[in-house]
Structure formats: C-alpha cells, structure tokens
Design a binder for this molecule. Sequence first.
Ligand SMILES: [Zn+2]
Ligand SMILES: [Zn+2]
Ligand SMILES: [Zn+2]
Length: 429
Amino acid sequence: MLPRPGGSDDEGGLGLRLAPAIFKMRSDEEIEAEAAAEQLKSSFDERPHRRFNPLTRSWVLCSPHRAKRPWLGAVEKTETTKLPAYDPACYLCPGNTRAANGTVNDKFEGTYVFDNDFPSVRSGDGDFVQLNEDDLFIAQSNRGACKVICFSPKHNVTLPDMTVDEITEVVRVWRREYEALGRLDYINYVQIFENKGSMMGCSNPHPHCQIWATEAVPDELAKELDAFAHWRANKNGACLLCAYVERERARAAERVVCANASFTALVPFWAVWPFEMMIVGHQRHLSSLAQLTADEERDLADIIKQVTTKYDNLFQCHFPYSMGIHQAPTTSTTGGPSQRPPQQHRHDDGDGRGEENGDDGDEDLFHLHMHFYPPLLRSATVRKFLVGYELCGEPQRDMTPEQAAARLRDLPAVLYRDLPPATEQEQQQ
Ligand SMILES: [Zn+2]
Ligand SMILES: [Zn+2]
Ligand SMILES: [Zn+2]
C-alpha cells in the first residue's frame, strides 16, 4: 500500500471499529482506483490545492509547503497567571454581585445558568417585521434570549480539568436549555457556544459558555441545513455527516484524533483553522441534544474532555478556542404554525438548486455536531489570522489537516497539569 498522507498506520491505538465494508473482496479495478486515489492524495501533501467543505459548500486553500516558512509576525502573551478558586472581583463566581444591575449570583455548587445582562437579542421587541426595498435594502427584526452558563463554581478550572461526571452535568444543562428555549414560539434556533481565552475575545477566565437563542436561523446553520437537504436529495435520502464520519472512521489513521462508543473527534478534511476539530456522533443519527440517551450524554462529556485535554497538551497551555454546538432548528418543536421568518440568504451553489433544498422544517434532517475553532498555529504564542487573501479570496491553511490530526492523536490522554512534576533527573534528559 502507498504511504498515507501525514499519518501513521496505527489504527489499533484508537480502539475504533473498522467499517465492515473494507473487509469485503475487492475487484482489480477497485484496488487500482484506490491506489490511484492514494497517489493523488499523497501528492497533495506537498503541493498547493483546494479542498471543498460540503457542510458549508465553500472552499479552503491548502498550502502545506508554507508550514516551513520563518515566522516574523506577532507573538502573543501566554496566560500563565495562577488563578484562585474564588475571585471576589469576578462577576461569575458564586455569591458575587454582577455590576450590570446589582444582581447577586446564587451560591451555586454545580452548573449555573442566568440571563445575560447585556443581551444581543431581546424577547420583548414586538412582532416579526421585515424590510425589503428592491432586493437591495433588506433587514429583518430578530427576537431572542441570551443566557450565560457557568460550568463550575470554581474560578480556576476549565473543561479538561473537570471530571466526566461534572461535564455530563453541563451537557444536561445544555439539553434542558435547548428544549426550554426551543419551546418558545419566537425561538427557532438555539446556539450554544464557548469563547475560551483572551485571544478569542473572552474577557473572564471563569469557565462559562453562552446561549443565543434567536427567531432567525443564523447564517452558518442555514448554509448547513441547505447542505444536508442537498445531500439527502441527491444521495437517495442519505445523511451527509453519517456518510462522512463512517468514511473517516474507516481510515482512522488519517484525520480521526480520538473516539468513544458514540462520538468521533476529527480534524475535518476541509478544516480552515490549523488545529480545528469536529465532534460527530457515529453510532446513530442524532439531530439534537434532546435525542441523547443517558449513555450518550456521558459519551459526549467524555469526548469533550478528550478533545480539550489534547488541546491543552498540544502546547502545554490553556488552549484558546471558540466552540459551537450545531443542531436542529427548533422551529417544529413549537407545535403551532411555523414562526420562522423567511431566510433572505440561501446558499446557491451555482447549479440553481439552492432555493429548492429548503425542507429544513424536518427536524431529523440535521446531524448534531460540535465545532472547535482554535486560533493557535505553531506554539502557545503564535496565532493565525484570517486576513488578506482569506478576507478577499478564500480561507487558507499551511499544514495539512492530516498532519494536524497526527500531532493531536499522538498527544497523551492525560492532562499535562495532572501529571506529577518531573524530577530533576528527568528534566535533564
Ligand atoms: Zn469566577
Ligand atoms: Zn446523520
Ligand atoms: Zn456545523
């Protein structure tokens, strides 16, 4: 077999079940076609090429040869300050007063949810209204709700420091909020996201995430819904991410980083950010957190711990990222007629089918997944910027997703901060 780009052949270390399809007898033509595809792929290891993202139906430029270039750009500060478990000045710590309106946080002992004091969307903003002047000046109102979720009462922990039980509690709160907000008639999408680290614009190190639940289905989701509908219409009713994750798991040594019984974490074939990852359920098709069994809630918590531990181990720092959960819109959970405002922008891939693929009222169309977008490039202090060609042309990356996955895969599963300090003798080696 020809060498695989960027990865080792160690498929056994991940404990993955290989797809049964790869054990079937193959014809000479199939073997030849696979060898040709392998050769083509290994040539992409060294030469500039573009990769297609079928989820957003967009392209990314990949320039693996540039990874070796010297770095003369900005070097960021690392966050090395040791934090206390309780900070009297932190507005997210238990029992503290939030400056915005004098509200005092409960003395919470687990995961804690409250309404955002500075919401970007509000519930009481009247009925849905829309402006359209000659298809040139288009605007629409957007009602919603914004919440903050503290993962833990402890100021100085992050997700990888927490136990799987503690993260499972966070997953359950996400699920409860998705269900409760989704039942509101003016809410059609519930976006859960975490900004971690000052590099990602997060102003408070207390471990927390946010929920912005909105009347409109946001643009990234609208693009993905179109992609799922497009795939289903053109591939005999199949699901895009069910198909994708099965193929990735069959070639575990390429882009898969880690996995458990229900979820696989991988660097997508079309990743834009250097160490971008996606968590995708592989065991069965799940559209939202509301469909998780108790075992799957725990498996999701477990894979989140694995991913965030790998990230922190990569450069032995508190690894910054933006994380988002993508799941089915909540339009159909209201029971009544759809309150969802029309999407002005539908992605059209140039074949004229963009408009007709909008059967996104089907709550099973979507496949639940999580995105992690980390900005770090080659160390804890060098970050990637999306500027220049990426703003004006299309996103670009240097090392290949296979090289990134191999580095993440080879990292220990235990958080570096939890390891006993190295002895002097070990340090000298
Ligand atoms: Zn705090
Ligand atoms: Zn699926
Ligand atoms: Zn997504």
